[in-house]
Design a protein around this ligand. Sequence first.
Ligand SMILES: NC(=O)c1ccc[n+]([C@@H]2O[C@H](COP(=O)([O-])OP(=O)(O)OC[C@H]3O[C@@H](n4cnc5c(N)ncnc54)[C@H](OP(=O)(O)O)[C@@H]3O)[C@@H](O)[C@H]2O)c1
Length: 271
Amino acid sequence: MAVEAQRLAVLGAGNMGSALIHGLVQWGHVEPGCITAVDPRPSVRQSLDALGVATTDQAPAALPGHDVIILAVKPQVAPALLAELCDQVEPEQTVISVMAGVTTAAIEGYLSGSVPVVRAMPQTLVRLGAGATALCAGHHATADALALAVALFERVGSAVVVPESLMDAVTGLSGSGPAYLYTVIEALSDGGVRVGLPRDVALRLAAQTALGAARMVLESTDHPAVLRDQVTSPGGTTIAGVHKLEEKGLRDALISAVQAAAARAAELGRP
Ligand SMILES: NC(=O)c1ccc[n+]([C@@H]2O[C@H](COP(=O)([O-])OP(=O)(O)OC[C@H]3O[C@@H](n4cnc5c(N)ncnc54)[C@H](OP(=O)(O)O)[C@@H]3O)[C@@H](O)[C@H]2O)c1
């Protein structure tokens, strides 16, 4: 089923929910009139009203007539919200949860019948149409329901399907990844300032370099090590810099960061 034909109810329009709504409208060719956003905050609703999205603070009233229900509230709010909605969600609707650490089984436990549940770990980069999202299917999710959820997130970036057992690993890598890369970009621009560049120039050069390198990795069939080798001349400047990165343990730091964040995601997901 085409994404355009779907009516979406987004429950929770904070950072993630509104990033997704803005991304779908701006980049995903989804008509704002096909979206209903539910959020208790009047300021959040006002900014989405201005986009042409229907808004309400009443979750149960928002569900009828919607094909896809996106759960984008904080995990601690989920039990009360799901208990309120449990009898309102129909098996013809697809529930997509972006809540970190909340399993499909936990969500299914609240819903009656065989409602398809898909879990997604997106990023707020979906607002720019540049998010990386991993998805997994719950027990009752049909191939069509999963395909619909994948298609929705592909409208605002790229999407991969993984087994649910890998969702903590995804959280450690791409879920927390934007923060790692903001740190890398900031540190690179500090390096630029250290060797005399104005801050704005250093930041622009660092960010565009990260963007271009990421595109090269995505668009090339070569391993990143091969790409690095192609820009590292013998006895040149780049190998001097790469040597320093190895000496200072950048690679080890990044691997450890992903491992620590994945472990923390597993810890938070435990009942
Ligand atoms: N932010 C990210 O980068 C990111 C990335 C991946 C996944 N996620 C997931 O996305 C979810 C939302 O995170 P967030 O960062 O967007 O949090 P957030 O900014 O706090 O947004 C949650 C929104 O839900 C509203 N809300 C509370 N109770 C509600 C209810 N019963 N019905 C409808 N809306 C309700 C909140 O209003 P009040 O503030 O008034 O309570 C708030 O506006 C979380 O589960 C998180 O794990 C976030």
